[in-house]
Ligand binder design. Structure first.
Ligand SMILES: Nc1ncnc2c1ncn2[C@@H]1O[C@H](COP(=O)(O)OP(=O)(O)O)[C@@H](O)[C@H]1O
Ligand SMILES: CC(C)(COP(=O)(O)O)[C@@H](O)C(=O)O
Length: 271
């Protein structure tokens, strides 16, 4: 079971008493590298790239399906990915989504597994819109938070590469539970969403993402410098909410872009 990585360019936080309406609006893209899930007979362990881990939204999904008869102590949950957790590439959401889909199938339940994954992410504070972006896939503008899903998805031609460079971790929860951050995020996030809807191109997406990262103050200094060095590409910004750079490039600038990065991961947009 696979879920793509999800890069949020910009977003706005929306909290509601109804957890299904809690989430984010914003814009993002999914990439062709992400989470792979395997479930094997075992003893209730969870692995991420061979390391035993404890991932809050994964625990929540497991608890939900235990109510439907899943015996978590008889299986090991095995995630593998090119991306680490906590780097703003939606890996926590991807773990929740793949697991919820797989358990729904294994138990033959036919329930809305996307909702279960979204609720788990929101309750843990590890994400607001990744699960929906990962379910819809592609270049997606999320116009309403949570459910019912209200998105616009745009066709992009195959010319574009997404280059990712990960510098470290950033705990999503620390930002999306902080009032001062939320104020800045929502101020710019809503403004740029309206601008993108008027002209929904990848070029505009990356420009607005860069402005969002700079104007909210979320951008890391080293990433800012690199984004400026990468201006000869379509553009670059910081993936929300991580200490991760992403750059959109066409083939003619790909090699030059890669040459100024240390550990670039080259992806394509995933539909
Ligand atoms: N080694 C690890 N590094 C980062 N997060 C981890 C690790 N092991 C478990 N976790 C858990 O994974 C989740 C990562 O959430 P988040 O920061 O939103 O990541 P992402 O940006 O990949 O969605 C948190 O619940 C965190 O506690
Ligand atoms: C930006 C974020 C709130 C967090 O993303 P991540 O750090 O990848 O969990 C995302 O879920 C979104 O709503 O767009």
């Amino acid at each position: 079971m696979f879920a793509p990585g999800h890069i949020t360019g910009f977003f706005a936080v929306h909290k509601s008493k109804d957890i299904l309406k809690t989430g984010s609006i914003g814009a993002g893209i999914t990439v062709n590298r992400g989470i792979n899930l395997n479930i094997e007979e075992g003893s209730g362990k969870i692995f991420y790239n061979k390391k035993k881990v404890n991932i809050c939204p994964v625990n929540k999904v497991l608890t939900y399906y235990e109510n439907f008869g899943f015996d978590k102590n008889s299986y090991d949950i095995i995630f593998t990915s090119d991306f680490p957790l906590g780097s703003g590439l939606g890996m926590s959401g991807g773990c929740a989504l793949t697991l919820s889909k797989k358990l729904n199938e294994m138990l033959d339940l036919k329930i809305n597994y996307v909702k279960i994954a979204h609720i788990s992410e929101v309750e843990c504070g590890t994400g607001l819109g990744d699960v929906i972006g990962q379910y819809v896939k592609g270049f997606v503008i999320r116009k309403s938070p949570g459910f019912p899903i209200n998105v616009e998805k745009f066709e992009v031609n195959d010319d574009y590469y997404i280059i990712i460079e990960i510098f470290g971790e950033k705990e999503t929860k620390e930002i999306i539970t902080d009032k001062k951050w939320i104020e800045k995020i929502n101020n710019y996030g809503k403004k740029y969403l309206n601008e993108l809807l008027k002209n929904p191109t990848l070029e505009n997406f990356i420009n607005l993402s860069y402005k969002f990262a700079v104007n909210t103050g979320l951008i890391d200094e080293k990433i800012l410098e690199l984004c400026n060095d990468l201006k000869f590409t379509v553009g670059a910004s910081q993936s929300m909410l991580g200490n991760t750079l992403f750059c959109i490039s066409k083939k003619d600038t790909l090699n030059d872009a890669i040459s100024i990065l240390k550990n670039p991961i080259i992806c394509k947009i995933y539909y």
